[in-house]
Design a binder for this molecule. Sequence first.
Ligand SMILES: NC(=O)c1ccc[n+]([C@@H]2O[C@H](COP(=O)([O-])OP(=O)(O)OC[C@H]3O[C@@H](n4cnc5c(N)ncnc54)[C@H](OP(=O)(O)O)[C@@H]3O)[C@@H](O)[C@H]2O)c1
Length: 251
Amino acid sequence: MSAPAVALVLGASGGLARAIIAELMADAGIETVVAVSRNPLPEQLTEAQANRRVQWITSDYNETDMAAVVEQLQPYSGRISRVCICHGILHSSGQEGTLWPEKRLEDINADALHQVFQANAVVPVLWLKLLHRVLKGPQRCVVAALSARVGSIGDNHLGGWYAYRSSKAALNMLMRTVAIEYSRRIKNVKLISFHPGTTDTALSKPFQAAVPSDKLFTPQFVAERLCQIMDHAELDGELSYLDWDNKSIPW
Ligand SMILES: NC(=O)c1ccc[n+]([C@@H]2O[C@H](COP(=O)([O-])OP(=O)(O)OC[C@H]3O[C@@H](n4cnc5c(N)ncnc54)[C@H](OP(=O)(O)O)[C@@H]3O)[C@@H](O)[C@H]2O)c1
């Protein structure tokens, strides 16, 4: 009998990540969900952590710290069946200053571009670099990174949102390049760049007024869709760029 599977959720305290953790915890085939976040364990997961259904690890996502997280995953090596990379910023008003999606050329700002690229593309690809040893094995493993349709170059007819759009296009290219290398080195892994659709979380909050109510998804609905897609994804050595309805998005 094969050992029970483990799932990883990276960037675990966001709206979509929390719904994905709940969905993975409801999966009888998954023994433990390992969640990594800058933030401490949320109160509602205290019991799940005590029962070892969830293992919560904090990290500030510098590469040394991320490597230390991956060291902690060694006991799960070859048993990881799902990885959800949930990092993403579109706007922020945190310590690093205010950041808002650009409407026009004059709004472009180097610091904002760096911050958005770091969270949306650099941190995800560092995980893919560091994790490959623990993902390798007999276990079928599906890795989904939360991308966005606005990262599609072919689908960009509106313009604006320079940093967010281009960071998601960069994420897609990084993932595609990783998929080529993984297909040679760790054939048990499938990669997906996933567009959740506009979902009711802190990230979309300021932009929800323009979204018809039937087009604004709950995080639970999207998490369910993503987990179904991951359950059925084929190990074809390719990166798939898919939306919540399992439809391909043009690059
Ligand atoms: N909501 C939507 O409508 C929508 C639409 C398309 C795509 N997406 C994508 O879905 C993903 C999840 O978004 P969400 O809607 O759940 O937003 P959210 O609630 O704001 O969550 C943001 C996530 O990003 C991580 N994060 C924030 N700042 C970071 C930083 N500086 N460095 C690294 N990680 C950072 C957080 O992880 P910690 O746990 O460490 O805080 C958290 O998981 C993002 O990639 C977003 O682009 C969302």
